[in-house]
Design a binder for this molecule. Sequence first.
Ligand code: C2E
Ligand code: MG
Ligand code: MG
Ligand code: MG
Length: 282
Amino acid sequence: AVKETGKADFRFYEEGMLEQARERLALTVELREALQAGELTVEYQPKRNLRDGTLAGVEALARWPHPVRGDVPPSVFVAIAERSGLIHALGEYVLRSVLGQVRAWDAAGTVVEYVAINLSMHELTRPAFVDTLHRAVRSFGVDPTRIRFELTESSAMRQPEETLRQLVKLRSHGFDLLIDDFGAGYWNLSHLRELPVGTIKIDQSFVRGSSSNLADREITEAIVGLAKKLNMRTIAEGVETEAQAEWLRDMGCDIGQGFFFARPMSADAFSRYVDPTMAYAG
Ligand code: C2E
Ligand code: MG
Ligand code: MG
Ligand code: MG
């Protein structure tokens, strides 16, 4: 629901440039305050193995329930964070929430194999990023294999060699990486060869288009076929219907994620979702 309501509320993006700049500045200030006050939350969306329907893991998605503006969509506040440098604080905030949640789920017996966190390529520009991350994981006592990173690109990679070094280091610490939104945006085929990544997440626009558009179906099949040849796994995002899930499974896609399985939900709702017997435990 965040997405649908969010877009309409943000009409100011179409108003004058000065107004835009003013709004961006206001949102930047408010985002910094919200991070300090701990007002952002994290929702979790299940990923399911398409072959047997079992839970593979979850994706963590940041939420900003703004007291005055309503829910600000991630498409807006992640972009604001990237432009202002707040992306480092946002990333650390989400990481700490997730690590705390993994501990809480483990203590409660809620089985979650891994949490995938979205990682903006901007976050890798901070040289200390990987060490800070490694320390955080150790201090929470969470095994690095429980955390994966979905690499999202909002622009072409600016320092490819430095980025690659950081990603190799991330891998060597035991964090799995996957390419998010593949087929849309700036990812290209040479990234598949160069980046230490074992999984491709097919952009939801192809999955959505697959029901009505032959080209989108063919592109999705081509990505799955390519991934297999490269020994990579595939995740389809934006799976909204049973027909899409079946078609993806039949063509050999490994994992599905989308409203057909479940919407992103709070950590508590997720505990009930995996173990309905806990629903009334208080
Ligand atoms: P993403 O990583 O590609 O996440 C998938 C988006 O699709 C999420 O939107 C999710 O709620 C939505 N979605 C999932 N299943 C379906 C479906 O079946 N149908 C439709 N129509 N949508 C579905 P959301 O939560 O608005 O996040 C948007 C983007 O914001 C994310 O795209 C990600 O790039 C970024 N983002 C979210 N949280 C974080 C974060 O903690 N850090 C960073 N750096 N980026 C984040
Ligand atoms: Mg993602
Ligand atoms: Mg995605
Ligand atoms: Mg996306």
